[in-house]
Design a protein. Structure first.
Length: 190
């Protein structure tokens, strides 16, 4: 199962390079269920017999389901299998979109000009496809007037002109008020 083990000299730790499959002689089960290279089921047989069949076909015997009873092994070209698996993973990573959460901080006493600047920055984040966390940190007496902070949040959201959707409405959590925004549909499609 483990292709290579490296031992670190300090603190006696070891790093294991993962290889998820047992292959060929590392399969030590008495009985295994064998699948041929073309996908046909060959049935349950001893591990040695399965290894002999793999050797005759000049392929590898790979344990693909170790938790089954008996374990399932497949006769295949292991290097080709690993190459195709790495290729699929690379393709999946390429197609994966990463959505970042950007944060914008407001204050309860923010002025109109400052709100315009913060709104402009928020629109840049939303057009890039990111989600935005808008937060207000309350200090001192502001804690007793959290409704004013919620009003500032609602005004900020209305200033975005429908280009954002509220994932989470403004809520007070301890000393802060937070709201999460995501891009509206028409921004996503452009």
């Amino acid at each position: 199962m483990l292709s290579e083990i490296f031992f670190a000299t300090k603190r006696e730790r070891y790093l294991i390079i993962k290889d998820l499959y047992f292959i060929n002689e590392s399969i030590r089960d008495r009985e295994v269920r064998v699948i041929a290279a073309d996908g046909t089921m060959l049935g349950v047989m001893s591990g040695r017999e399965a290894q002999r069949l793999a050797n005759e076909a000049e392929l590898d015997l790979v344990k693909i389901s170790p938790n089954a009873n008996p374990p399932v092994c497949k006769i295949m070209d292991y290097s080709k299998f690993k190459y195709e698996q790495a290729k699929r993973e690379k393709e999946n990573r390429r197609n994966q979109t990463v959505v970042e959460v950007k944060e914008i901080r407001l204050s309860m006493t923010i002025d109109v000009g400052d709100i315009a600047v913060k709104t402009k920055q928020c629109l840049k984040f939303l057009e890039a496809g990111n989600k935005v966390k808008v937060s207000i940190r309350m200090k001192g007496r502001e804690n007793s007037r959290s409704y004013q902070g919620v009003k500032v949040m609602q005004d900020f959201f209305e200033g975005l002109g429908g280009k954002a959707v509220q994932d989470k409405k403004p809520t007070t959590e301890g000393r802060s008020i937070t709201m999460f925004l995501s891009p509206a549909k028409e921004i996503k499609n452009q």
